[in-house]
Each structure stands twice: as C-alpha cells, then as structure tokens.
Design a protein around this ligand. Sequence first.
Ligand code: DP6
Length: 334
Amino acid sequence: MHDIQSQFAKNIIGHAPIQLKEGGVAFAPSNIALCKYWGKRDTALNLPINSSLSISLGSLGTRTELRLLPETSDSPSVYLNGQLQSHDSSFAKRIASFLSLFPQFGKRCFEVRTENNIPTAAGLASSASGFAALVMALDDLAGWGLDKKKLSMLARLGSGSASRSVYDGFVQWHAGSNPDGSDSFAEALSKPWPEFRIGILKISDAPKKVGSRDGMNRTVATSELYKSWPQQAAADLKVIRAAIAERDIQTLGKTAERNALSMHATMLAAWPPLIYFQPETIEQIHKIQRVRSEGLEVYLTIDAGPNIKLLFLEENEAAVAAAFPGLQIILPFG
Ligand code: DP6
C-alpha cells in the first residue's frame, strides 16, 4: 500500500524541480459535501466509487507550517494548535505516514505545525483541510509549483475529502474510472453564491466509535442498500450542479438532504449496522421538517457523525438563527 501510494505521488510530481526553501506554509478550508463521497473502489490509491460535490468553508480550516530540521529522524515533530503531539498519537502517525510517501527529502526530520481554526466543538472534520494544507505546504517548501488538480490528487492519498479542500467555493471531485487513479481529481465550480449560508447544529463532540473510513468500507462490504447508492449519487450530483448554476436553493437543499439521508440509509443496512445519529439528531431532523412545513426555507446535511449542518440563504438567516439557538453560522464566500 505504501509503495503504491509513493509511486503514485512520484508520478504526480514528475520532473518538477526541487527548490527547497527553509519552510513552507499553506491554508486550506474545511469542506462539507452536498453530494457525499461514500465508498472506495481502491483503498490503496483512495479512489472513490462515486463523484462528490462540496462547499468549502471560507476562512474556517487548517493552516500548516512545515520546516525541514537539520537533524535526521523517521518521525516528524508534530504540533497541533501549539501542542507537541506524541509520536504514538493517531494524529502524528497519520502525518508521519503521509510524509513518508515523499522520499525526496531523505531522512531529514520535518517539523509540522498545524493550527485548526474550526471550533473543535463544532464536530467538523479536520482531516480534509488538514491533508490539503499539508500537501500545499509541502509544495511551497519543495517549490514544485504543482497545479491545483495535482495537489488535489496528492491530498486524496491522505483523505478522500481532502482532495476537495484545495479549492474555495463549490467543488466537484470526479471519481474517474482509470485503475491508476489518473482521472480522479477535484475541480472548482466557478460561480460563487455569496448569499449561501451553512449553520452548524452541534449535537455532540464525543469521538465517533467508527470513523468515516471504516464506516464506508463496512457499508460497501455488507449493505444491500449500497447497491443503489452509486446511481443515486450520480443523479443527485447532476441536479445539485444545475441548482448551483441556477441559484435554486429549494432544489439544492432538497437534493442534498435526500442525498445525505440516503447515505445514512446505506449505513443502517450495513452489518453491524452503523447508526451515527444520536436521539437529539432525530429530534432536530423532525424540528427542521416542522419549521420547513411552516414556511422556513432550510435544509440539512449530515456526515458520518451526529451533528447537523443546515443549508439556507442570507434572507432567512435571522429566522433560522432564531429557530435554532446557538447555531454557528458560516459564510462560505466571506
Ligand atoms: C461522510 O474523506 O474522511 O464526510 O478517504 O477514508 O479519509 P477517507 O474518508 P473521508 O470521508 C468523508 C465521508 C463523508 C462524506 C464526504 O465528505 O464526502
């Protein structure tokens, strides 16, 4: 697996010259999928079964600073929000394993300083912005000057959703079909939608028992309902793309909500079943349905966790904030 990934990274970087700097730095936004990535067709190259579409979260994300220290070491020194992480922590291990895919730096020890400004309590995944920022900081340090398409392919090796976090705004990750992964990359969808809002409805920040990676692998392997997912996701993606182009919140919201709940349906049919909802998640889903039936234009999406993200427009911001006290509102277009 390591060798396959390392070879893939080598092919992507190609003959880009190394013009090493003292350090490299980059920021990448977090993102929320409106049409979810759920299921891999190749675990080594991290290739998805279906294409997905997300919205990046503007200034909320990860800033990563990299330095190559004079000493040699197999393990990088990893700081998260100013705190040195133990080499045994899963966070430091994931970063070490990713950096080991790039043998061009020899045995020089990396210092990695990563800062998340996503409130950890918001229950937003940081692996997407984390791996995107890491790849971009590496590109800055090495002076490769890779384009965004290539950066998205490298970020994908760290985490699938990270491929989308190298861009702002609405982003599509093309699943591709080549077994070598050469046509699986993310691309920005041009048109900004400044009135678009996301609300984070926090239900719980307790660590999940089963992460997205294991959850999707279990679903693909055991869920009968998963068989219909790739077709549904392809149809939803088309509709969502068109809705973005037409700024049609009703079609976008409805399709994104159904897409997320369909993904959860495939998980419920897995064995052992994957139930990411907490009782309060269900309560809030009912509440969203109720306020919507009373005329408030608000929709939801949920990832592999209990927290809910609301989708709505600026014109309904005050009403949504009043209906959901404590909601954290994000302006993806600043
Ligand atoms: C439900 O990108 O975390 O958030 O590729 O295994 O690292 P790996 O998975 P990851 O999965 C994200 C799943 C999701 C949907 C999405 O973001 O599209």
